[in-house]
Design a protein around this ligand. Structure first.
Ligand code: ATP
Ligand code: MG
Length: 357
């Protein structure tokens, strides 16, 4: 069976790291006998916007909905399109319409990369952040009263539903159960947010009965962020609401060194719609055109995609390959952000060669 992959490079260094992501993907597919059919799309980029006055064609949903996965680069080119327009017009449409309600980010310190946290080594930081991706604090429910007067009132509601929360918790519990430590941490703030967060805690506790082998703890978000920095080794799988997850899923990868290596997945676990895989970093206008962007975020996203498509051994081969190349530490191969003087291509090629075996 062939997997249909929609390939969307997007903007800036998205266009530079995507070829290396594809090189790794194709090397893994060849080695493990996986049949991929790649379809390339130029929309969901600011170049497309400049030509068409919008980020997406009207029939984008029909064009993408039957793909098995979307492999995305990066979006945003503030010189031509304001960031909120490019983001809302592309990625956030995909997340919503394709019901990608899990945002998954591994936070793993890789060999050869220095953590900004003192004395941390590979093995000390190895956890996942699971973020609720469709509701919660990022609802558009609310309004303004007495605008422009001294009595101005501004309200924005948090909307949590049992279906919406339980499905992301289930994903997190399943993930925790599949890992050796079987540990789940919930991000809460039930001491200050008195309605939604105590209820979130109740849902976490209710579901724990179905997962007796998973040990569960919870931290208020303020001390949890402190513990990400002070005790990153405590964590295995961390589950959080949309806002808290947004914060944690930037902080987590930041604790593991360069932003250039971090991957992410926006997942529709039921497979009703395609899931989307993309590096955490943006389009990085400051380094675009120099050929020095680190391609590992894109390559690791390819590994997550293969795992999602049912090929964990191929995903693992990709991870093993970039870990080996990083551990080797050949400065002529590595990009400047990880201490080398190589290029996007030298690093991408070295990884693809490893994958091929
Ligand atoms: P976003 O578009 O997600 O809001 P941003 O535009 O604020 O993010 P990025 O584009 O991710 O930020 O860039 C932040 C910094 O990290 C920049 O200095 C950029 O050069 C650097 N950076 C980002 N990605 C990479 C990469 N793959 N390799 C090396 N450096 C990177
Ligand atoms: Mg940006």
């Amino acid at each position: 069976m062939s997997h249909r992959i929609a390939v969307i490079p997007g903007d800036g260094i998205g266009k530079e790291v995507m070829p290396e992501g594809l090189r790794a993907l194709e090397a893994a597919a060849a080695r493990f006998g996986i049949d991929l059919s790649l379809e390339h799309f130029g929309f969901a980029s600011c170049d497309y916007y400049v030509e068409h006055g919008k980020m997406l064609p009207d029939d984008w949903f029909v064009q993408l909905k039957d793909a098995d996965a979307i492999f995305y680069g990066a979006v945003g080119w503030p010189e031509t399109v304001p960031d909120h327009v490019s983001l809302w017009g592309s990625l956030l449409q995909f997340r919503r319409r394709f019901d990608q309600y899990v945002n998954l980010r591994p936070c793993k310190l890789l060999p050869g990369i220095k953590s900004p946290l003192a004395d941390r080594r590979p093995g000390d930081i190895d956890f996942y952040v699971v973020r609720e991706n469709t509701e919660g604090e990022y609802s558009s429910v609310g309004g303004k009263m007495f605008e422009g007067t001294d009595r101005e009132v501004v309200i924005q509601e948090t909307v949590m539903t049992r279906t919406g929360v339980d499905r992301v918790l289930k994903y997190a519990y399943e993930l925790a159960r599949s890992r050796p430590r079987k540990k789940l941490t919930s991000a809460t703030k039930s001491n200050g947010i008195a309605i939604t967060m105590p209820w979130w805690d109740e849902r976490v506790a209710a579901m724990s009965e179905s997962y007796p082998e998973v040990s569960v703890d919870k931290f208020h978000i303020d001390i949890l962020t402190a513990n990400f920095v002070m005790h990153p080794d405590w964590f295995d799988v961390v589950v959080a609401s949309n806002l808290f997850g947004d914060i944690l899923s930037d902080l987590g990868p930041a604790c593991t060194g360069t932003i250039g290596v971090a991957p992410s997945a926006n997942i529709n676990p039921e497979g009703t719609f395609p899931s989307l895989f993309e590096p955490v970093h943006g389009s990085a206008p400051d380094i675009y055109g120099k050929g020095i962007a680190n391609p590992i975020g894109q390559i690791w996203s390819a590994a997550m995609m293969l795992e999602h498509l049912g090929h964990p051994e191929a995903g693992q081969a990709i991870v093993d390959a970039f870990e080996a190349v990083l551990a080797e530490g050949d400065k002529a191969v590595l990009t400047p952000d990880v201490g080398g003087h190589g290029t996007t291509e030298t690093l991408g090629c070295a990884i693809a060669e490893r994958i091929a075996g």
